[in-house]
Design a binder for this molecule. Structure first.
Ligand code: DAR
Length: 361
């Protein structure tokens, strides 16, 4: 069997696998040996895991341009950007400066769990899938130094916890598990078959860790699917306040970190093509007992939410089920071709529409 026949089989059995859908044997066979080896690393996750949605992880920031004939059609399909439409990511956080509260939808939404995160990768290092153990350890050292700017800040003071064995900041055992159970620290990546195939979980747990503010409402993951995942979380209804917290902390930290991988076309460069652009995922938990048949049927809620540009997943992250009383995690699907402000407004408008349906308005 050749790669091409393997992919053809996947294309037939798993039409949702975008790598298989757009892989071209003619294009691949015309590449140099070195470039063929590069492409095989990029698409390995989609080959090993036919049920993949995207089926590819970039290994180097330049992959998206170097292999555009394969990757761009996948990106356009996923992000719903038509073939003739230009791709030029813009950034705009201005909406975070004006009030936007879920309580304006309903008083009952005054105490909602909200989270917004962005992914960032430092251009001077390979993307996580191609990092060596030495790269991962060195990267963590650079980040530990950069965290001093947050530790010394009255609004973002906190501490760094490392998963690197024998680190001066080591977090392990039950203390680690407690942080995972509190949805603050990421779980053992070596259990994720997609990340394993993409090389992203290699050398686990070396070079991994998290910075967390004393208020536990601002967290930076080091060495997860992207070099950095910078996130703000809070309970309440103040969506603009949540975004503003992230924006302020992100700017403070970014000023001390080497340049991020970024392009005019794709915005912030990420491991997974699904995160390109803003690399932002903004979400909130909402009890949709009626729309989820008491939490038993996420699919029904997903279908309804799609009309408002929203994705629905369980409260335990990707591939998890609804929580007690039909509590689900809703978030705008778009990352690329949309600004940070538009994502915030889409989340607000989508939540308003879903709430109205849930309440039978
Ligand atoms: N398993 C990969 C991931 C898709 C999107 N989720 C991410 N990036 N965490 C797939 O191609 O299905």
């Amino acid at each position: 069997m050749t790669v091409a026949t393997d992919i053809l089989a996947i294309r037939l059995d798993h039409p949702e696998n975008l790598m298989a859908r757009y892989f071209s044997e003619r294009y691949f066979s015309a590449l140099s040996q070195d470039d063929q080896a590069r492409v095989l690393k990029i698409i390995k996750s989609g080959l090993d895991n036919p049920d993949s949605q995207m089926g590819a992880y970039a290994q180097h920031g330049g992959d998206y341009d170097d292999f555009a004939p394969l990757l761009e059609p996948m990106i356009r399909d996923y992000h719903k950007i038509a073939a003739g439409q230009g791709i030029a990511q813009k950034h705009d956080w201005s909406a975070t400066t004006s009030p936007c509260s879920l309580e304006d939808i309903d008083e009952a939404l005054r105490d909602v769990s909200m989270r917004v995160r962005v992914g960032r990768n430092v251009a001077a290092f390979p993307l996580p899938g191609a990092m060596t153990k030495a790269d991962r350890i060195e990267f963590e050292k650079v980040m530990i130094k950069a965290f001093d700017v947050l530790k010394d800040d009255p609004d973002f003071g906190g501490a760094y916890y490392s998963l690197t064995p024998k680190s001066a900041f080591e977090l392990k055992g039950q203390a680690y598990q407690d942080r995972v159970d509190a949805h603050q620290m990421f779980k053992d990546m070596s259990g994720d078959r997609y990340l394993n195939s993409g090389g992203i979980s290699s050398d686990w747990p070396f070079g991994r860790g998290m910075y967390i503010s004393a208020a536990e409402d601002f967290i930076i993951w080091v060495g997860e699917e992207d070099h950095l995942r910078i996130m703000a979380m809070k309970r309440g209804g103040d969506l603009a306040g949540l975004f503003a917290r992230l924006h302020v902390g992100l700017d403070k930290f970014s000023a001390r970190v080497p340049a991020f991988a970024h392009s005019e076309k794709y915005g912030y460069i990420t491991s997974c093509p699904t995160n390109l652009g803003t690399a932002m995922r903004a979400s909130l938990h909402m009890a949709l007992a009626k729309l989820t048949q008491g939490g038993q049927d996420l699919e029904a809620a997903k279908t309804v939410a799609q009309k408002f540009g929203l994705s629905v997943r369980g409260v335990g992250g990707e591939h998890s089920g609804a929580g007690q009383g039909g509590i689900v995690d809703i978030s705008p699907s778009a990352r690329l071709g949309i600004t940070e402000s538009e994502i915030m407004h889409r989340l607000f408008d989508g939540a308003k529409a879903l709430w109205a349906l849930e309440k039978g308005a």
